[in-house]
Design a protein around this ligand. Structure first.
Ligand code: ZN
Length: 89
């Protein structure tokens, strides 16, 4: 039997998905810094309480992009947040 694929490309904190592998298929963090919320996978998103705290902090600041040039035109923070996986809300 094949092990369940645990790979994740959707940021647990902000819902951004640019295709970068944040957690690999074995559930190992890749320590990738999200270009939207600036949170690093494996550091700022390994516990639900931390995910919520970082998200709240980020939103409270006005949801600034860590790499502003990658922000798409017409970007909608609420729409993106709706992409956060259910277990990380
Ligand atoms: Zn993010």
């Amino acid at each position: 039997m094949q092990a369940k694929d645990l790979s994740e490309t959707v940021c647990r904190v902000c819902g951004r998905d640019d295709g970068s592998l944040l957690w690999d298929r074995h559930g190992v963090p890749q320590y990738v810094i999200c270009d939207c919320c600036g949170i690093e996978s494996g550091l700022g998103d390994d516990q639900l309480s931390k995910v919520r705290e970082n998200r709240g902090h980020w939103v409270a600041q006005g949801a600034p992009w860590d790499v502003p040039k990658n922000r798409p035109a017409g970007w909608d923070v609420l729409r993106q947040l709706s992409a956060v996986p259910a277990e990380w809300r």
